[in-house]
Design a protein around this ligand. Structure first.
Ligand SMILES: [Zn+2]
Length: 284
C-alpha cells in the first residue's frame, strides 16, 4: 500500500523518470515528512529492478526481495542500541562496499536515520560516497538535512517527500513557462522571465513553478521515449518542439534549478541564470 503511494507521488515519478534516462543518482537524500524508510526501499528497488522499463516495477523477483528486506545487495544501516553509529560500523561498511554485489548490478546502502551519523562517521563515509566503486549507491533518510555535512550534501540529490501538490495558480505558472519554452523564441522567453521578475515573484512561488516545470518536462521526455502516461498540453508542446536529448537536458536543468531555488535567495538571479541556461541548452 505504502509502495503504491510512493509510486504515484511526485518524487516517485521523478525517480522512475531518472531511471528511464539512466540518471538515477548514486546518492540521494530523502527529506521532509513521510515514510522515508519505505521510500528508501523504493529507491533501492529502482537500482536493482530487473524489469525492462518502468523501474522499479515492484513486481519482479528483485523488487520483491528488496521490499521484503531479503535482498543480499541492500543493507539497512542503523543501530537500535545506540544513539550514534560507531565509526567501526562505517569502516566495515566501507570495506563491504568494495566487495562486488551478489545478485544485482548494484549494492545499496540505506541510512534509515541520518541523526545517527555523527561528524566522524560522515567524514569516513564521504570518501566512498565521493569516489566509491561505481556499483555502490546510498540513500540517506534525514528528518533534518542539516544533520548532514555540506560536503556529503553536495554529492547527493535531495528529494523532498512532502513537496505539496501544486495549487492551480502554481501549476499554471509552470505550464505557462513550458509553453513559452516550446515556442523556441529567445526573446519571448526573456520577456516572460523578466515579466515574472517585475511582478515580484516570491521565492516561495519560484520553487513550485520550477518543480512543476520539471514534472512537465519529465512527462514530455517519457512521452518522447514512447512511454504512455498522463501528458498535459504543455508537455505535448515540449514534446513536439524538442528531440529526446534536448528534453533530457531540459529535465536535468529544471531538476538542478530545484536545488538552486532552495539555496539561492535571489529570485531575479535565479530567473536570469535559468533563462541563460535554457537558451544555451536548447539552442534557442
Ligand atoms: Zn522490479
Amino acid at each position: 500500500m505504502a509502495q503504491a503511494e510512493n509510486h504515484n507521488s511526485t518524487w516517485g515519478k521523478a525517480i522512475r523518470a531518472a531511471v528511464q534516462n539512466g540518471r538515477l543518482s548514486h546518492a540521494v537524500i530523502l527529506a521532509g515528512e513521510g515514510d522515508k524508510v519505505q521510500a528508501a526501499r523504493y529507491i533501492a528497488a529502482a537500482h536493482l529492478c530487473r524489469a525492462d522499463s518502468g523501474r522499479p516495477c515492484l513486481q519482479c523477483n528483485a523488487c520483491r526481495k528488496v521490499l521484503d528486506r531479503i535482498h543480499p545487495d541492500v543493507t539497512e544501516v542503523q543501530d537500535n542500541e545506540r544513539k550514534e553509529l560507531p565509526v567501526e560500523t562505517i569502516r566495515a561498511l566501507r570495506q563491504d562496499a568494495y566487495i562486488r554485489p551478489n545478485e544485482g548490478e548494484q549494492k545499496v546502502y540505506l541510512f534509515t536515520d541520518c541523526a545517527q551519523l555523527n561528524e566522524r562517521d560522515q567524514n569516513v563515509l564521504l570518501k566512498i560516497v565521493e569516489e566509491g566503486p561505481p556499483y555502490a549507491a546510498f540513500v540517506f533518510c534525514a528528518d533534518a538535512v542539516h544533520a548532514l555535512l555540506p560536503t556529503i550534501r553536495s554529492r547527493c540529490v535531495e528529494l523532498r517527500m512532502d513537496a505539496p501538490p501544486l495549487d492551480a495558480e502554481e501549476s499554471e505558472a509552470a505550464a505557462e513557462l513550458c509553453r513559452v519554452i516550446a515556442r523556441r523564441e529567445p526573446l519571448a522567453l526573456t520577456a516572460h522571465l523578466t515579466a515574472l521578475e517585475n511582478r515580484r515573484l516570491k521565492r516561495e512561488q519560484l520553487l513550485p513553478m520550477v518543480e512543476g516545470a520539471w514534472q512537465i518536462s519529465a512527462d514530455a521526455l517519457l512521452s518522447r521515449c514512447g512511454k504512455p502516461g498522463a501528458c498535459g498540453e504543455a508537455a505535448r508542446m515540449l514534446c513536439h518542439a524538442f528531440d529526446r536529448r534536448q528534453l533530457q537536458e531540459l529535465t536535468d536543468l529544471f531538476r538542478r534549478y530545484c536545488d538552486e531555488c532552495q539555496y539561492n535567495v535571489g529570485v531575479g538571479h535565479v530567473l536570469g541564470a535559468l533563462g541563460a541556461e535554457l537558451s544555451k541548452t536548447l539552442s534557442l
